[in-house]
Write a protein that binds this ligand. Structure first.
Ligand SMILES: Nc1ncnc2c1ncn2[C@@H]1O[C@H](COP(=O)(O)OP(=O)(O)O)[C@@H](O)[C@H]1O
Ligand SMILES: [Mg+2]
Length: 230
């Protein structure tokens, strides 16, 4: 068994735009173990979101290798392996929450389990537990509009956790939050890390990156350096 949860070798994602090549990722080598907590930093356009989308199995590398939990994404993209892996391994949190406005918190969190064919009573119970885990046990029937930004993001974290993912990915999860809500989300992430959850998040803010064990600096689609917290 591969001890790394994530292993990237010479990873490239090039886009062809009007006859030019945009090298969003350009030869990235990286390894992350299970249980790690990594923050990805870098200037705008350095490839952070592109990397997250590949790790989240939402986008495919154009060259190089990517193994997730021992599965070679670069070899298995078309045969259903990747979509199964995405459902089983990945939880994704977005900067803009991406909740469905007509559904209440419970229904939003249940949704990934609907796609997995989990029975209604079990879905409800698991969604309720996850909302309690993020401190929203008293907001189950609130719709997104009836929640604060920080609460919405906590619903989104609960939705990402409800499938019990091996890897939680968050692309600028505090980018739309005030400092108090940011602190709530970061405390939540700390707790998840302490429980053994593997976390990778993207951020612009030093305050956010400081919480991580490892800070990965990208520049022009390449690894600039990795800082490890003592
Ligand atoms: N769909 C796309 N088509 C062409 N170029 C893209 C596309 N998505 C991203 N890029 C380019 O790839 C580079 C990296 O983008 P991105 O990963 O979004 O950066 P970051 O998240 O670090 O700001 C940027 O130069 C961006 O313009
Ligand atoms: Mg981005």
């Amino acid at each position: 068994m591969d001890s790394a949860l994530i292993r990237l070798e010479g990873l490239c994602r090039h886009y062809q735009v009007g006859g030019e090549t945009v090298r969003a990722l350009d030869g990235l080598d990286l390894e992350l173990a299970r249980g790690d907590y990594a923050a990805i930093m870098g200037p705008s356009g350095s490839g952070k979101s592109t990397l997250m989308n590949i790790l989240g199995c939402l986008d495919r590398p154009t060259a190089g290798s990517c193994w997730l939990d021992g599965h070679a994404l670069h070899e298995n993209w078309d045969d259903g392996v990747v979509s199964r892996l995405r459902g089983r391994l990945i939880g994704f949190v977005f900067q803009t929450f991406n909740l469905l406005p007509r559904l209440d918190a419970l229904e939003n969190v249940e949704l990934p389990l609907v796609y997995q064919g989990v029975s209604a009573p079990e879905r409800r119970e698991r969604a309720r537990r996850c909302l309690e885990r993020v401190g929203l046990g008293d907001r189950l029937r609130h719709r997104p509009m009836e929640l604060s930004g920080g609460q919405r993001q906590r619903v989104a974290v609960a939705r990402a956790l409800v499938t019990d993912p091996g890897l939680l990915l968050a692309d600028e999860p505090t980018g739309n939050l005030d400092s108090r809500s940011t602190a709530e989300i970061l405390d939540l992430m700390d707790g998840l890390h302490a429980e053994g959850q593997t976390l990778v998040l993207v951020t612009h803010e030093d305050e956010v990156a400081r919480r991580a064990r490892r800070v990965i600096h990208l520049r022009d689609g390449r690894l600039e350096r990795v800082d490890l917290r003592a």
